[in-house]
Design a protein around this ligand. Structure first.
Ligand code: 9D3
Length: 243
């Protein structure tokens, strides 16, 4: 897979791409990540990438021309062009999996108050947001998308069991994990995890994951309804607590 990141802030992108899982996947030849400086595609002497909005208003707008020039240079018929934008579709694991099946992603990280609408309308295939909070640019979102996509590429994760675990536990928050020592300053590891009873461990984990999910992310529970056994656990707990 190839991932191009188009940005005015090349340093932070190249820096992260040169570390982390992105570096490892690159060394394994599973991905090629390139960081493209949008300023190299500005036509004027001052290398202006932004301008004032038509119709007035606060802030600056990222110009269309450098983006069309840059993407025009990078794009092939197999490319998927993604604009990171606060008004994009909310990114999730399903989107990550979908993008991981693309041969070539062009990720555009915007800056300023916005991007010339002609970019959205005529250059970009889709817009993605990573959440309902305001950042100062699309660089962190582009890196977040790249990171989540690359770790899904076959061969990137050392242990393929982790990927199996993920699909297995979809729709549930992760169960609590412990490592040595079994007693740290009186804070003890739940005995079932030391019992050697693998079925009991699996049951405990599934139950803990379910309870955490209902407590913190009821939206996930709605999207992935409890099965019969889970339904029983939930009722048991409610009864015990007099609910
Ligand atoms: C005044 C309207 N603002 C939009 C809510 C303008 C604006 C603020 C911040 C436009 C762009 C930005 C920079 N953010 C991104 O480019 C961005 C982003 C984000 O801020 N949050 C979550 N996901 C993303 S993806 C790109």
């Amino acid at each position: 897979m190839r991932i191009d990141i188009v940005t005015l802030f090349t340093k932070v992108c190249a820096e992260y791409a040169g570390e982390s899982i992105l570096k490892r996947a690159g060394e394994q030849g599973l991905v090629e990540i390139r960081v493209i400086n949008l300023r190299d595609y500005t036509p004027d002497r001052h290398r202006t990438a932004d301008d004032r909005p038509y119709g007035g208003g606060a802030g600056m707008v990222l110009k269309a021309e450098p983006l069309f020039e840059a993407v025009g240079d990078l794009k092939t018929p197999a490319s998927r062009v993604v604009l990171l934008s606060p008004r994009g579709r909310l990114f999730d694991q399903e989107q990550a999996l979908r993008l991981s099946r693309e041969p070539h992603l062009i990720l555009i990280a915007g800056r300023y108050e916005g991007v010339d609408e002609r970019v959205s309308e005529f250059l970009v295939d889709e817009e993605i947001s990573i959440g309902d909070y305001i950042l100062t640019g699309g660089e962190l979102p582009a890196l977040a998308v790249a990171d989540s996509v690359v770790r899904l590429l076959p061969g990137v994760l050392g242990d393929p069991e982790s990927a199996v675990d993920e699909s297995f536990s979809r729709g549930r928050l992760e169960y609590p994990q412990y490592t040595r020592p079994e007693d740290y300053r009186g804070m003890k590891v739940p005995p079932v995890l030391l019992s050697g009873d693998h079925e009991a461990v699996a049951r405990w984990r599934a139950r803990e994951a379910l309870m955490l999910t209902r407590e913190r992310r009821p939206d996930l529970l709605e999207k992935h309804p409890p099965d019969e056994e889970e339904e029983k656990w939930l009722e048991e707990k409610d009864k015990k607590e007099g609910k």
